[in-house]
Design a protein around this ligand. Structure first.
Ligand code: SAM
Length: 383
């Protein structure tokens, strides 16, 4: 039997021995990551997937944590060349949810037992919006306390680049996690997909500020961008590791017709979904104990994309909680799923999907990443 012979373990699917050995290596360098990401036969892909799932279960357990996603505003001061709600897109009907709307979504998350919520928006640093988010965070913390969750919902923010003072104010109000995607760590590619005044360096500086303040920090990238290579993606994973990131949110790039990147060559949909799944697996294999989200963009390209994400090493899902009447106005890319399902329908559909993937739903818990839990514990140890 040569090293690449497909084989089976206890009646499981055939897998490739060489890829299984590589995936099980303790240390994964750039070349190893590129090779994992280049898995192409069903046996190679299964070897990477199975090891990523094993590592996930060993380091994080079988719980899938839910973060109810509320899209607080689609107004945006940025002009990212890939994003459907970019400032220059005049076809977007701009909205901002009221404080009451946001609180109602939060109460619904608490009622459903979702332990956490994510407040996401276009990039807005204006005082009115920052005041709204600060007030919403403080009120959510007090108004979602229940016997089952005495500390209220966990709150993750995803509202883009802000000043140190704003990040600190929102942290003090009660948000404890922040997601800011780096989008790509290839500086030339970053420059190609952003206007000149949005720089890679300032995004990295924000990630550092967030960690200094005390947030659990998340980042991520888009997968399958025009011109992006497997080496770029391997570097992205090494960046996550170097920055000691706690949580990852990443998904396939989906071209939007009203953006400048529309028409640029990208891989076909099955190839982008496959690469996104391998990226989840390779990130799990390298980082081990972080939280990784199975994102909506995966589901937008593949009806069972999010379940596949769970099987490739993800452990977080963000059910849609925004009011139904604004969902269609928050379209970063075409094909966004769950546009007209209400939150209750989303909830039962998700429960079914998670159980189908053979996993348990982690209710009434913040679901912090094991990586953050360990770091915070070691910070508490006296020298
Ligand atoms: N404005 C905040 C920020 O920049 O962090 C948060 C919202 S932003 C719209 C959320 C994420 O959507 C971005 O970080 C980006 O990765 C993703 N996104 C935007 N356009 C996309 C597209 N066409 N395909 C896939 N993902 C996209």
């Amino acid at each position: 039997m040569n090293s690449c012979t497909p084989t089976t373990r206890n009646g499981s699917r055939p897998f490739d021995e060489e890829y299984a050995r590589l995936a099980a290596q303790k240390e994964l360098g750039r070349r190893d990551l590129v090779k994992l990401l280049s898995a192409s036969t069903p046996e190679q892909i299964e070897a990477v997937r199975a090891e990523a799932e094993r590592v996930l279960l060993a380091h994080c357990g079988d719980g899938v944590f839910l973060r109810g996603l509320v899209e607080a505003s689609n107004a945006c001061a940025c002009d990212c060349l890939y994003c459907g709600i970019r400032k220059s897109n005049r076809d977007v009907n701009r909205y901002t949810l009221s404080l009451e709307d946001i609180l109602a979504c939060a109460r619904q998350c608490a009622d459903y037992g979702y332990g956490s919520m994510v407040i996401q928006s276009g990039e807005r640093a204006d005082k009115k919006f920052v005041d709204l988010v600060a007030e919403a965070v403080a009120r959510i913390k007090t108004e979602t306390r229940t016997d089952k969750q005495p500390d209220g919902l966990g709150i993750t923010l995803c509202i883009g680049q802000q000043s140190y003072e704003t990040y600190k104010r929102l942290y003090d109000a009660g948000a404890h996690r922040y997601l800011l995607r780096i989008e790509t760590t290839n500086p030339a590619l970053f420059a190609k997909i952003h206007p000149a005044d949005q720089t890679f360096e300032s995004r990295v500086a924000c990630l550092k500020m967030l960690r200094d303040i005390g947030y659990q920090v998340g980042t991520g990238v888009m997968i399958g961008l025009p011109g992006q290579t497997l080496e770029d993606l391997a570097d992205d994973i090494l960046f996550f590791s170097k920055m000691d990131i706690d949580m990852i949110g990443m998904g396939p790039f989906i071209p939007h017709p009203d953006t400048p990147l529309w028409g640029e060559p990208v891989a076909d949909v099955p190839a982008r979904v496959q690469l996104a799944l391998l990226m989840i697996a390779a990130t799990r294999l390298k980082l081990r104990d972080v939280n990784i989200a199975s994102t909506t963009a995966l589901q937008a390209l593949d009806p069972v994309g999010r379940e596949k994400g769970l099987k490739f090493g993800a452990n977080v899902i963000m059910p849609q909680m925004s009011p139904t009447d604004v969902r269609a106005d928050y379209q970063l890319y075409p094909g966004k799923p769950c546009l007209d399902e209400n939150a209750k329908e989303c909830q039962s559909c998700l429960n079914m999907r998670i159980e189908f993937a053979g996993r348990k739903i982690g209710l009434y818990a913040w679901g912090d990443s094991q990586h953050a839990v360990k770091r915070l514990k070691s910070d508490e140890q006296p020298d």
